[in-house]
Design a protein around this ligand. Sequence first.
Ligand SMILES: Cc1ncc(COP(=O)(O)O)c(C=O)c1O
Length: 416
Amino acid sequence: MAVFDFAPLLTAGLPAPSARWTGLAKYSFVGGNNDADGVPVDELRAAADAVLAREGRSLATYGLAHGPQGYRPLREFLTAKLSRDSGIRVGADDIMIVSGSLQALDLVNQALLTRGDTVIVEQDNYQGTLTRLARLGVKAIGIPLDQDGMRMDALAATLADLRDRGIRPKYIYTIPTVQNPTGTIMPESRRAELLWLSRAYGVPVFEDDCYADLTWDGKRPRAIHGMSEYGGVIHIGSFSKSVAPALRVGFLVAPWQIMSVLLALKTDAGSGALEQMVLAEYCKPHFATHVPQLVRGLRAKLDTLLEALNAEFGTAAEFAAPKGGIFLWVKLPDQVDAMKLSQAALKRGVSINPGPEWSTDAAHSRSRLRLCFASPTHQEIREGIAVLAEVCREEFGVPVRSANVQRAEAGSPGRR
Ligand SMILES: Cc1ncc(COP(=O)(O)O)c(C=O)c1O
């Protein structure tokens, strides 16, 4: 049968085509997936029932007749939540609901970036941000992190250097509260320094706060947006990590000058209304009690992961325990090529995110990997890490010992 050929019609500069979905690995440590046991299914069902009974007829109108910024009760919930938790004092009209914070990333990039531009980002970073920038032909300069997040001495030096070269970066993108992938939290004093630099150099801050609800002690510094007095911060957040990522509901807070441009660029006739309605109905009575419960479950899974890594990798795996969230950023010995490890592990049913896909610095991230501990069960974490250690030993000779058992060196026929 003749097959129509679309290839000659495709535009230039497209990303590589996707592979067909073949399902999740048996032991999946990838992506920003959450804990299935943490989804408040019964309460969401009740919320859906209640809100549909009361307001279901409004689905007949695009945007529920609440305008392009989204379902108003959800924006009102966010107004109260942002003020209470993040120190962001804005009204419902300063908030825009988006289809996951990824849409906010796209809209902001579309509004601000052109090919050849420069932006500043944290060196170890969210792959979704890095791939977007690469695709747009934008140069992302990575600033190294320490235990308190983006290093301000390095940021100051980079800003000064760029200014000397006549380059004004379009934004400083940061994930200050439970950074992805390092799990650090930037203290308030450093946020103040960041704001000072942002203002001094005339470069706005793009604050991605999607993990901010998931700190182990429930405390977080004020959002950079909340500390800013000059309006140079775009803040985005999400319900993906606190309730469920498949809902695809995020939000953006920005001054009207930029919000009005983003609204003009958001040409999807509104984000999914049912999700917004159900979330608003659910969150008002339940969010404050749901989150600590979710976080307790995540913390227990992190403990299982740390135990499994200690048992299987011993001192070969180095890491700083994250201050919250769903990821652990692990450093393996230098001989480990994380890209190769991820491919070999996948063949054995274990998926991991290799460091080079999560960093602007290939050498620094070569032997690093990111593990999501939220979605696998405790048993899957234990079994998956045991398989990962075995694959790593076979491929790279480390760890030499695991689970208190001395293993043969890599390449030894006895092990294969
Ligand atoms: C830092 C960061 N920003 C944005 C996103 C996208 O989140 P959403 O599901 O809200 O689109 C993620 C998802 O993992 C993330 O880690």
